[in-house]
Design a protein around this ligand. Structure first.
Ligand SMILES: NC(=O)C1=CN([C@@H]2O[C@H](COP(=O)(O)OP(=O)(O)OC[C@H]3O[C@@H](n4cnc5c(N)ncnc54)[C@H](O)[C@@H]3O)[C@@H](O)[C@H]2O)C=CC1
Ligand SMILES: O=C([O-])CC(=O)C(=O)O
Length: 329
């Protein structure tokens, strides 16, 4: 039985994600934390007749109680985009939120698995790593930036143009989680796709800017929450399964490549050399990342070019996150 904490549980993603996690019978303790609004959300969810006991904690003074004894911490705390903003525009507010929350994780549940949803993921994950390093409790195998939504979108968008493709189609997406740092590898889809060049270009663009589609449609009321909650619940379910079974469970995530230096070699030779973090499919195990899953085949020329472009932009985002923590300490 597993204990999960959601930090930012009263928000758009947090509420839907908490509901989906309440339906997961493998979870025995669901700890919901926010700085506002959490008593109502948690009390409501707690009436659902599934295994987990729901508890709530409000405000920084209760963060220790929210985290003590927790196996998996998932963080959707922070502000979302409005039309016209990039994810990087969220940096100033969300960087300090992530820093504060990860400091508490380091103090109260340092061996928990950590799944970070808050944007800009390309920077918040390096921030988390630096904070954990500064407190002497960093294990790169336990830290994940949640990029599942990119893979979920890729699989759905391809079906929008090829309705007969099975829902289990898998399209690897590597790089980061913003605009051109998102690199879908359509040429490595399983099963293989038969797409015209124009369809490939349109699909790549749609997957890269899927988040903007939602931001525009919500017209000032935020960004993706329901599809993100679905994606995060799937990711947490995979983490839980990896605790409990020996079968091979693969999920994409933005990870520290130091988690598997051997496995990172293939990724680096594709144009990601010099990068500490990259979104890749990873094999999950009992302590988090077991290894980086090798890509099954060579990406196309266009995709290799995409990886190079992504790497340059991602490096700027990573360095910004690292510098933020170093400057503050
Ligand atoms: N990784 C991904 O694929 C995606 C990431 N996101 C990101 O997720 C984040 C959350 O989005 P929404 O749920 O739509 O936002 P929201 O504004 O609806 O909810 C955010 C929640 O965080 C809480 N919060 C703020 N400061 C906090 C703190 N110090 N400690 C704990 N909780 C705190 C707020 O009270 C609020 O309940 C945003 O940064 C958004 O950009 C959104 C969609 C996809
Ligand atoms: O677009 C945003 O700001 C939220 C997000 O990360 C996504 O939907 O992929």
């Amino acid at each position: 039985m597993v204990s999960v904490a959601v930090l930012g549980a009263a928000g758009g993603i947090g509420q839907s994600l908490s509901l989906l996690l309440k339906l997961n019978q493998a979870i025995s303790r669901l700890s919901l934390y926010d700085i506002v609004g959490i008593p109502g959300v948690a009390t409501d969810i707690s009436h659902i007749n599934t295994n987990s006991a729901v508890e709530y904690h409000i405000g920084q003074a209760q963060l220790d109680a929210a985290l003590r004894g927790i196996d998996i911490v998932v963080i959707p705390a922070g502000v979302p985009r409005k039309p016209g903003m990039t994810r990087d525009d969220l940096f100033n507010i969300n960087a300090s939120i992530i820093r504060e929350l990860i400091e508490a994780v380091a103090d109260h549940c340092p061996s928990a698995l950590l799944a970070i949803i808050s944007n800009p993921v390309n920077s918040t994950v390096p921030i988390a790593a630096e904070v954990l390093k500064a407190r002497g409790v960093y294990d790169p195998r336990r830290l994940f930036g949640v990029t599942t939504l990119d893979v979920v979108r890729a699989a759905r968008f391809v079906r929008d143009i090829r309705p007969n493709i099975d829902t289990s189609v898998y399209i690897p997406v590597v790089g980061g989680h913003s605009g051109n740092t998102i690199v879908p590898l359509l040429s490595l889809a399983e099963p293989q796709l038969d797409l015209a060049q124009e369809e490939i270009e349109d699909l790549v663009h749609r997957i890269q800017y899927g988040g903007d589609e939602v931001v525009k449609a919500k017209n000032g009321a935020g960004s993706a929450t329901l599809s993100m909650a679905y994606a995060a619940a799937r990711f947490i379910e995979s983490l839980i399964q990896s605790f409990e079974s020996d079968s091979i469970i693969v999920e994409p995530a933005l990870v520290d490549l130091a988690a598997d230096t051997q496995g990172a070699k293939q990724i680096k030779t594709l144009g990601a050399d010099g990068l500490a973090f990259f979104a890749v499919p990873v094999v999950l195990g009992k302590v988090g990342i077991k290894r980086i899953a090798p890509l099954r085949g060579e990406p196309s020329l266009l995709e290799r070019k995409g990886i190079e472009i992504a790497a340059a932009a991602l490096k700027v985002n990573i360095d910004k996150g690292i510098t933020y923590v170093i400057k503050k300490s």
